[in-house]
Design a protein around this ligand. Structure first.
Ligand code: 5GP
Length: 190
């Protein structure tokens, strides 16, 4: 997506070789028009795949996921990051390692908001090692539903997430794919 690449080049800031900050339009201040455009791209790619719900993970996936859900006219469910396991039979949880915080959290989903018949589209802001997506897979499959596709705003293609998820057969659609990051360096795949 050309406009997204432009914004990443103009406003993105590589903290190091691994982490990109895009606080001015995605992770802190949110450009809702850009998010709406992003929703248009995800809708176009995923609209004929029988998706019934969009899942995202709090908090930075919410804006692009909401705009996609709005345009696909289906519900969005926000998976919560709890610090520890809860003793509650109404929720399912799985431990996920956070790429940016280098610590674990409990990805949490209320069983009320998913059924066996659901075909889920995961929308997230970044793809790095694929830990968050694999956590969503465990929750969705644990219920007997299907993770049908994965939509990513910014994929860091030099990290292993895409390969791991592709080997599992997932359809991953990323709007910007970064091949290299470093101080003052942001390069894209292609
Ligand atoms: P993964 O689970 O694929 O290893 O990492 C993806 C998650 O970590 C995303 O949900 C995102 O919030 C966060 N993340 C990974 N890499 C970056 C990055 O370079 N910048 C920002 N802002 N978040 C990242």
């Amino acid at each position: 997506m050309e406009e997204l690449r432009k914004r990443i080049l103009e406003e993105g800031h590589a903290l190091n070789k691994d982490v990109l900050k895009v606080d001015s339009f995605l992770n802190h201040k949110v450009d809702t028009k850009l998010m709406y455009e992003i929703g248009t791209y995800f809708k176009r790619y995923f609209e004929n795949k029988g998706i019934t719900k969009i899942f995202t993970i709090e908090s930075s996936g919410i804006a692009p996921a909401a705009m996609t859900a709005l345009q696909m006219n289906i519900p969005m469910v926000i998976l919560k990051k709890q610090p520890s396991k809860v003793l509650n039979l109404d929720v399912c949880q799985t431990t996920v390692h956070s790429f940016t915080k280098n610590s674990d959290y409990e990805l949490t989903l209320s069983k009320k908001y998913i059924s066996e018949a659901d075909k889920i589209l995961l929308i997230d802001d970044f793809l790095a090692n694929g830990e968050a997506a694999l956590g969503v897979e465990r929750l969705v499959e644990g219920i007997g539903a299907k993770l049908e596709g994965i939509g990513i705003v910014i994929e860091k293609s030099f990290q292993p997430g895409r390969k791991i998820l592709e080997e599992k057969g997932y359809d991953i659609y990323s709007l910007a794919r970064i091949s290299k990051l470093d101080k003052d360096v942001i390069e894209f795949v292609d």
